[in-house]
Ligand binder design. Structure first.
Ligand SMILES: [Zn+2]
Length: 779
């Protein structure tokens, strides 16, 4: 604001030509990056008129052995070839094989040795191998004849006796056995937990049966090996699953229970019917009943039969420790059962929050995508921190043994349930290829999770979604980042890359680039177009543009195909006002400037030291110029001005008299991402104004641009991105004049929680105060 420049011709300023090299690198349309549209997938991002997908229907019988923690299963798969292609073999996924000691996942683990290592780390390197993986006992055709098969790590090829032609189905069966992993020791997306307090097991069964791989128009067979990070690609189908477990177990499962009268007591059946009409969580199995079951292990067995329609997977959980509650949720015209299954160790937290969180998720996600189409939605507590399946999810977070919990545990639980139940939409219904693209389910789901969290309670502590929260990742070392468009198994900084960054990118699209109305319509359109189908990245990118009329190629290019970040700086501001040429005004201004001009050091000293000048001593040396005031307005000056003014048109006079301020603001793109410029101008009188300039301002020059702002009131400061909308990584260069911004380090220190469990602390304090040592475990 120091550049007070006068004497500039007004019309020159307004008509100044803008000269820059045309540069469309960052605004070029996505060409080679996207596949060529065809009859299966259109250029608009919708399924094409010849879109097809395969189908796999399953009938499965499985028995859980609670003595040695294993399962024995047999399944019949009917595979329908809806493709235009003839298939000579089928690929089946054997995900349990990741637990084989010599699995590709195990032997490709990288590692380093240090001079000093913890005993746990050494144990990890030397631990005795778990005898995991499928023992395939038979692969037969529908007549019981053996089929030729080849196992390649986590994939199995079954050679067909005769080619499978388009529109034909093929039915075959697989028998298998496998030990279940101890989830707490070995990790995994499923597994068992042993509770030493009562000697019981809780099983969460995932990737537990050989599953058909996807054959599609983009990849052919998707049989990239399962290494642990890349999740699953699965076709839709109907399932009928009979699960045999100890007679006192409660089984939670994908689908609807078919034989309630055989597995539930009449009291439980009555409560189940009541819960289906309840508008709050209602118990079907109480804590007292579950605690009782823990003590008397039943000898017999029971078979629970579940049926699920149009799902891409099937999971279940089983334990005699389960408490079970349910409530009704109405979405559209459909009544859905929201349910939770959890051991007493999860209370009081789970009884209060789990089923409510399930219900909340269904409501919010349905509003933004499609109405939840399944009859049930379930949250199960066990060893797994968070994992999703159709209709059913596994969620971690449990309170302390005394029933208290930290804020982190409470919000962690609500968050994970929203997230895992939310996965019903992405990828269980909008069925993307998780083995290839993690962001298509995790990113979209985390974006929706943020919206659902904010609708749970005001000020909900969302970890992801807000642009400011992704800044640390965006400015992390570039050799620790890969573009979002990277295969799942090769993603670095997994949570930030595949969850946080895409979720934030969508939030920025919604709030800043597109606006809520255009974004919400396009996002819902994507969900509707691809529900119960297999979308690819291009289908999402294209649909978001097609339905909104907003060119987003620059955004996908920057945020999804590069590791650039946002850092835009205000480089400088030049302030122009109009030279009115009115001599009275101009001269007064010049005199004011003169008076304000600083005195040099010599001038200051001379004023002190030189007591008398020669002129003081000899006044006769003075002439006309010693009295002449060059800033005094003369009659000639006035006459000249009046002539000039009379020569102007009415419009020109108006501009000349306006007293407008012109600011030329220079912006520099330091981070690489071209982004909208959100500029706040604060005026001399304390008021302010915010101007939003679309990212297209960068289309001629991706690195530096200048923009002229015209204001009536003088501006005292310019601020870029005042509401933290763009994940700008350096706020210290966002103001003019410059302002000091607190460092991220300071913010981190301020936000750090001092008391991890104030609930426990307060309870201990009050029990001490009451002279009562009883910690009052509330199970
Ligand atoms: Zn997830």
């Amino acid at each position: 604001m120091k550049n007070l420049i006068r004497g500039l011709a007004l019309f020159g300023l307004l008509a100044g030509p803008f000269i820059a090299m045309a540069q469309d690198t960052k605004f070029g349309q996505l060409g080679q990056e996207l596949p060529t549209p065809n009859t299966y997938r259109t250029a608009s991002g919708a399924p094409g008129h010849q879109y097809w997908q395969q189908r796999a229907d399953y009938t499965i019988k499985v028995e859980l052995n609670d003595e040695n923690q294993s399962v024995t299963g047999s399944e019949t798969i009917t595979y329908t070839n809806n493709s235009p292609d003839v298939l000579t073999y089928l690929w089946v996924q054997l995900d349990q094989n990741i637990f084989e000691p010599k699995s590709m996942s195990n032997i490709t683990q990288t590692g380093t040795l240090q001079d000093r290592m913890s005993t746990a780390a050494v144990e990890h390197l030397t631990r005795e191998a778990f005898d995991g993986g499928y023992k395939i006992r038979a692969v037969k055709d529908r007549n019981g004849k053996d089929l030729k098969y080849t196992i390649n790590n986590t994939m199995m090829r079954i050679d067909l006796p005769a080619p499978l032609k388009p529109k034909q189905s093929y039915t075959f069966s697989i028998d298998w056995f496998n030990f279940i992993n101890d989830q707490k020791a070995l990790g995994g997306r499923g597994g068992y937990e042993y509770f030493p307090g009562d000697g019981n097991y809780l099983y969460e069964m995932a990737q537990w049966f050989p599953r058909m791989a996807v054959y599609d128009d983009v990849n052919g067979w998707q049989h990239k090996q399962f290494l642990g990070a890349g999740e699953f690609a699965l076709p839709f189908g109907d399932y009928k699953v009979s699960i045999t477990v100890p007679a006192d177990h409660i089984v939670a499962s994908t689908g609807e229970l078919q034989n309630a009268s055989q597995v539930l007591t009449s009291a439980q059946q009555k409560r189940f019917a009541d819960a289906a009409k309840a508008d709050k969580p209602t118990l079907i199995v109480t804590q007292e009943e579950a605690t009782q079951a823990e003590k008397n292990k039943a000898k017999g067995k029971k078979t629970w039969v579940y049926s699920a329609k149009n799902v891409r997977d099937f999971a279940w959980a089983s334990s005699r420790k389960f408490i079970w509650d349910a409530m009704n949720v109405k979405v559209g015209n459909q009544n859905i059962l929201a349910m939770s299954y959890y051991p007493k160790e999860a209370n009081p937290l789970w009884g209060q929050y789990s089923t409510e969180s399930v219900a909340h998720t269904l409501k919010v996600y349905s509003k933004h995508t499609i109405d939840y189409p399944y009859p049930v939605a379930i949250s199960v507590h066990g060893p797994v921190g968070g994992m999703e399946y159709p209709m059913l999810s596994f969620n971690g977070y449990r309170p302390e043994a005394d029933g208290t919990y930290s804020a982190n545990t409470k919000y962690g639980l609500i968050t994970v349930i929203i997230h895992e139940v939310g996965h019903n939409f992405f990828p269980m219904i909008i069925n993307s290829d998780e083995r290839q693209w993690t962001w298509m389910d995790e990113g979209l789901n985390t974006f929706m999770q943020y919206i659902a969290e904010q609708e749970w309670e005001k000020g909900y502590p969302s970890r992801r979604g807000e642009p400011a929260n992704i800044v640390d990742y965006m400015k992390s070392a570039k050799n620790t980042q890969v573009p979002i468009m990277t295969n799942s198994e090769s993603v670095l900084q997994f949570g930030n890359n595949a969850y946080g960054k895409p979720a934030t990118a969508l939030n920025i699209l919604r709030e800043t680039v597109m606006g809520r109305e255009l974004f919400d319509h396009a996002f819902k359109e994507y969900a509707n177009r691809w529900a119960f189908k297999h979308p690819m990245p291009a289908d999402f990118f294209r649909t978001m543009e097609d339905a909104s009329g907003v060119d987003l190629d620059w955004f996908w290019r920057g945020w999804f195909y590069t590791t650039d970040h946002t850092d835009i700086a205000i480089e400088g501001v030049k302030w122009f006002t109009i030279d009115s040429q009115n001599p009275d005004f101009v001269n007064a201004q010049k005199r004011e400037q003169q008076n304000k001009a600083p005195q040099t050091l010599s001038q200051q000293r001379n004023l002190q030291d030189i007591k008398r000048t020669r002129l003081d001593e000899r006044p006769e040396l003075a002439d006309f110029y010693n009295k002449y005031d060059p800033l005094a307005t003369t009659a000639t000056d006035k006459e000249r001005y009046q002539k000039f003014y009379a020569s102007l048109s009415d419009n020109e006079k108006k501009v000349l008299d306006s007293g407008l301020n012109f600011y030329e603001v220079g912006f520099r793109n330091l981070g690489g991402l071209v982004m909208p410029l959100i500029v706040r101008m604060e005026y001399e009188d304390g008021t302010d104004e915010v101007v939003n300039i679309p990212a297209e301002i960068w289309r001629y020059n991706n690195e530096e641009v200048t923009k002229v702002f015209v204001t009536e009131k003088p501006v005292v400061s310019f601020t870029l991105d005042p509401f933290l909308q763009t994940a700008d990584t350096d706020l210290s260069n966002n103001s003019y004049p410059r302002r000091m911004a607190p460092s991220r380090f300071d913010l981190f220190k301020q936000n750090r929680q001092q008391q991890p469990n104030p609930m426990q602390q307060q309870r201990q304090e009050s029990s001490r105060g009451a002279g009562n040592g009883n910690s009052g475990s509330n199970r």
